[in-house]
Design a protein around this ligand. Structure first.
Ligand code: FPP
Ligand code: FPP
Ligand code: MG
Ligand code: MG
Length: 439
């Protein structure tokens, strides 16, 4: 079973859900096309960290410990998610259905939502003797489980696309999708995953959650675009697969007039940021969109689905935001320090891509001349080396770590809005281990 490899035991409270994750996702992405099936399931076969579903599940579990009086009453509707049952609960009644005490059969769920069960079976749903085992629900609602799956699907779709954009050759310790299957198939498989994720999102039947998740998909693209605007697209970028080896020509800035001309062009409005504070602002905004948005909005969605009150929902959102920022800042630091083998993907890549992340921005604060290298995206021979030495000289990595720690502490503070529980402790541990991870 897939489990979150970097963080082992305290997460066993959701290990059942985590081990079902891959299987449930597999059910969501089946198609009638065998090759499409291979490409779209490819990244799920290797062990990712599954960090996002882990967070959604732990948070859902932690939210289940909020006393009933402090929640808005929500309608439990598992039908669309699980193909099982549809319940509506009315406080105070004690009915039996099919000879079973409803209290017995749904009480964990009922307690969870303050519904003393009067269960109205949806006429379309399955017979009562197949009532699902709510003891096995572990405080986590079916919709929250589905949310965890959706979030990993969106993330994986973005990785398929990202590896095409970044010309990457490895991911999760294996050849990346673009290398294993060609760019075209990798892109299409990503689109397919997004399509299936959208169906699953719609079936959550919760307009607020639909809006959150749709926005996060748009945010991923916006973040990626902000980064793209800042990257070198040099002549050395070659299209490495699809059978042909072609070099992307330098953009002319003109709209191609002939069909065969490349439409790839460097965005003309590349921001020439000359001021280090503005550069940090740009970097953090990009980081929010690219990375923290998915975590913050899915954390918020988990809280919305739990029926929690607004201040809790807000803290869950902030938790995901701070954790996501922390995570990406650490990721950018690891890009400088890790090896390909340890990272499971290319390291030392950002400077070569022309990307100025936190470590070099901190060095720029001390050494104004670095602004020129950053502006020309480390394009001149020797630039990357100079930048690397400057990061070392000015302690860019230590300062980056401090920045990540700051977001980590904020995330921990956000978690204190939740009642103490094993799930909350596990989230605290996870938050701390984002700082200490090395892959
Ligand atoms: C990894 O970043 C990439 C992302 C966090 C998001 C990429 C988003 C897109 C490609 C937009 C398309 C989005 C969808 C939903 C299809 P990275 O390149 O810094 O990290 P890496 O080292 O893991 O490649
Ligand atoms: C690769 O994801 C994507 C990135 C490096 C972008 C980083 C963003 C995050 C990891 C999201 C925020 C995380 C938290 C804890 C809030 P990955 O490194 O997770 O790749 P994997 O899925 O292959 O492990
Ligand atoms: Mg990448
Ligand atoms: Mg990228």
């Amino acid at each position: 079973p897939q489990s979150s490899k970097i963080f082992d035991d305290p997460f066993s409270i959701v290990s059942h859900e985590m081990s079902n994750l891959a299987k449930s996702i597999a059910n969501l992405i089946g198609s009638g096309h065998p090759i499409l099936n291979r490409v779209s399931s490819y990244y799920f076969e290797a062990e990712g960290k599954n960090v996002r579903p882990l967070i959604v599940l732990l948070l859902s579990k932690a939210l289940s410990n909020i006393p009933v009086e402090q929640r808005n009453r929500i309608e439990i509707d598992t039908h669309d998610v699980t193909d099982q049952y549809h319940f509506k609960g009315t406080p105070g009644s004690k009915e039996t259905i099919a000879g079973k005490s409803v209290d017995d059969s749904i009480s964990p769920l009922a307690i969870l939502h303050g519904i003393n069960p009067k269960v109205i079976l949806d006429p379309l749903s399955k017979p009562m003797d197949k009532l699902p085992q709510f003891d096995a629900m572990n405080g986590i609602l079916p919709k929250q489980r589905r949310l965890a799956e959706i979030v990993e699907m969106i993330h994986t779709a973005s990785l398929l696309h990202d590896d095409v954009i970044d010309l990457s050759d490895s991911r999760r310790g294996r050849p990346s999708g673009n290398i294993a299957f060609t760019n075209k198939m990798a892109v299409l498989a990503g689109d397919f995953l997004l399509g299936r994720a959208s169906v699953a999102i719609a079936r959550l039947r919760n307009p607020e959650v639909i809006e959150l998740l749709s926005t996060t998909i748009a945010n991923l693209v916006e973040g990626e675009f902000m980064q793209l605007k800042n990257t070198v697209m040099s002549q050395s970028d070659t299209i490495v697969n699809d059978g042909e080896k072609k070099t992307i020509p330098e953009p002319t800035g003109k709209v191609p007039t002939k069909q065969h001309e490349y439409s790839i062009s460097r965005p003309e409005d590349v921001d020439h940021i000359t001021n280090v504070n503005a550069a940090f602002e740009y970097y953090l905004h990009k980081t929010y969109l690219k990375t923290a948005s998915l975590m913050s909005k899915s954390s918020r969605a988990a809280a919305v689905l739990s029926g929690s009150q607004d201040d809790i929902i807000e803290n869950c959102y902030e938790f995901g935001r701070n954790l996501g920022l922390c995570f990406q800042i650490v990721d950018d630091m690891l890009d400088y320090t890790s090896s390909d083998a340890a990272f499971g993907k290319p390291s030392q890549a950002d400077l070569k891509l022309g990307l100025a992340t936190a470590p070099i921005l901190f060095a720029w604060k001390e050494e104004p001349k670095l602004g020129e290298l950053i502006a020309r995206k480390f394009k001149e021979p020797g630039d990357v080396e100079i930048a690397r030495r400057a990061v070392e000289k000015y302690g860019g990595l230590d300062q980056t770590r401090l920045m990540a720690e700051d977001y980590c502490h904020k995330a921990l503070t956000n978690l204190r809005c939740l009642p103490e529980s094993d799930a909350r402790s596990a989230l605290e541990l996870l938050t701390n281990s984002v700082l200490t991870r090395n892959k």
